[in-house]
Write a protein that binds this ligand. Structure first.
Ligand SMILES: CC(C)(COP(=O)(O)OP(=O)(O)OC[C@H]1O[C@@H](n2cnc3c(N)ncnc32)[C@H](O)[C@@H]1OP(=O)(O)O)[C@@H](O)C(=O)NCCC(=O)NCCS
Length: 334
């Protein structure tokens, strides 16, 4: 007997980012405010990181508040209705529940219920992981429009006395609507992980350690020097591979939007990639700080909002961090 065949289905050739949305923590926190408990100074933090102020969310502003604001802006600018969204992907490491996910609540709050919704845990690479997923979902026909959010309220996981990372961190959310396109709008993603460095950016303990009284409330910590070296050496290579996969060179870019981890890492990447001066480099870290999964969409949103780049140009975006995990792709600016 001949086997029954599945119905043929439509796929879409390409996807693109339709629009972005952004929300930052409602408080501006200066270097002087964070320097005391870590025996640091405004000068040291500026010189070693490029951060002048960071944005943090106060007690009354939640991760979900920022995610809803960013998503609402992206959906409005994309010119679609929330109910048209075929999937919600929320990249975050700071949603305060093991389960249920942040994405299902976000879908409900923005009017995208009953879209499938799930979280991605890939830290500072999370947004670029989400764009890779959204691109694949749109092209395979699994969803027409996908909402990708990178959002963090890292303030909840900061020890003000931790010298390794606390002073770098900020809070915010960035959102993108990805949908079908006639021309390529998102290049093949170059992505990966290196779990041999699992502990390089991590927590001071697990929730079980906390339950058993073996650690205080777990907060973020990192081995700054080894992460710095990895970011400078390995991530510049990944960025170049993403350009190659996209079939373009650094000269074709309008913008470079890296994870906003440290201004010195950004400067090194500009040098290694031999970026011409015509390429606008996102430097949102100076007054937003490092917002992990939110940093790439926030930085790109800002370049567009301040008219530093034009819609239709090419941007190389790259996220990297805890895991270690990384992802890079070239996108057409919305
Ligand atoms: C964290 C980071 C800013 C530290 O800067 P650094 O230049 O590597 O600093 P070092 O660890 O080499 O320390 C240099 C000196 O500054 C001191 N120092 C370290 N942290 C300090 C701080 N927060 N404030 C003041 N001094 C500090 C050290 O004690 C050391 O002093 P010494 O020379 O007298 O021994 C940097 O390593 C970094 O940005 N790493 C990567 C972050 C990243 O990409 N994360 C990705 C995941 S989010």
């Amino acid at each position: 007997m001949a086997h029954a065949q599945l119905k043929q289905f439509e796929t879409v050739r390409y996807s693109r980012i339709y629009a972005l949305g952004a929300a930052r923590g409602d408080q501006v926190v200066t270097n002087d405010e964070v320097a005391g408990p870590i025996d640091s100074s405004d000068e040291w933090i500026r010189q070693r990181t490029g951060i002048i102020t960071r944005r943090r969310a106060g007690k009354d502003q939640s991760l979900m508040d920022m995610a809803v604001a960013a998503s609402t802006e992206a959906i409005q600018k994309a010119g679609i209705e929330p109910r048209e969204i075929g999937a919600v992907i929320f990249s975050t490491i700071s949603h305060p529940y093991q389960t249920p996910s942040a994405a299902t609540l976000l879908a409900e709050l923005i009017g995208a219920n009953p879209a499938p919704a799930f979280d991605i845990s890939a830290a500072c690479a999370g947004y670029c992981y989400g764009i890779a997923q959204a691109d694949a979902m749109v092209r395979s026909g699994l969803a027409k429009y996908v909402l990708v959010v990178g959002g963090e309220k890292l303030t909840d996981y900061i020890d003000p006395a931790d010298r390794s990372i606390s002073f770098l961190l900020g809070d915010g959310a960035g959102a993108a609507v990805v949908g079908p396109s006639d021309i390529p709008g998102i290049s093949p993603t170059v992505w990966g992980s290196d779990g041999s460095k699992w502990g390089a950016v991590s927590m001071t303990g697990s929730l079980l350690d906390f339950r058993d009284g073996e650690t205080s409330w777990p907060t973020l910590r990192q081995d700054g020097q080894s992460v710095f070296r990895w970011a400078v050496w390995q991530m510049a290579k990944v960025a170049q591979e993403a350009l190659d996969a996209a079939g373009v060179t650094a000269n074709d870019l309008s913008a470079l939007v890296t994870h906003q981890a440290n201004m010195r890492i950004i400067d090194e990447m500009v040098k290694t990639l031999k970026l011409p001066a015509t390429v606008v480099v996102a430097r949102d870290i100076a007054d937003t700080g490092n917002t992990s999964a939110a940093s790439v969409p926030l930085a790109m949103h800002r370049l567009l909002a301040e008219h530093q780049v034009e819609s239709g140009g090419l941007a190389l975006e790259i996220g990297f961090g805890a895991g270690l995990a990384f992802a890079a792709q070239v996108v057409v600016l919305p």
